[in-house]
Ligand binder design. Sequence first.
Ligand SMILES: [Zn+2]
Length: 244
Amino acid sequence: MSEIWIGKRTNRFTRQQVDSFLLSPENAESNPDLFKYKMLYLLGRERNGKIYGAGTKKAWLRLCRDTDMGLEKISLIVNSWVSQASIEGIKLGVAPIDIESKERLLFVSTDFSAEDDLLYRLSHEITHLFTAKFGVNHTGVDQIARTMIKRRSHVDNSGFTSFGSLTHVNQQARSPEQQAGEDLVELVNMCLWNQDYFKLYMDYLTLSAYSSERINKRIVTLKKDVSEHIYTMITNFVDSELSK
Ligand SMILES: [Zn+2]
């Protein structure tokens, strides 16, 4: 029997149980505890030679240590991929994302397996809680948040990420402030997911080769020094919070 500590609780599943368990919607319904456990277990572990979500895992443990967050506050929704986070916890849609939304929302989406999609979604929701709790008193984060709101309030409603460019979620309209909030969370999420991935994305915002793609997705074009400044501010925030 191997024991893996996740958050405040220690769950007991055998290694064999964890390894053979598939993250399918059916399994989310039949064994939600093991499903949640396996997702957290996989964050930051090497899978197919890559490590993603190591920062997210630390952010999760930080939330479990300093707030009342825990696995019991994640609920799984089996018939949707749309997810949300609030002070009450995370509602995670575990259904597969459709290809069109995947291409629109994820940067280098072809690199993401179905398992990556799901873990990235979880990472995004954990980042909502992490940023809300620890970002408020961070001057750099506050500065960037203001810039983002200004940008989304502009007549072309462009911003920093495809997540922020979604004007409606579950048929509900989002204000420029809410869209800017998504932009901020998604950049922090990329940083927690993998700093090289985040760097690649910040470079992408500066490259003229992708300017028409960005216009289509209502994503801004940045000058190199601005992109580097935002990259540094966000990595500083993440690194300083995760070292506490
Ligand atoms: Zn979000």
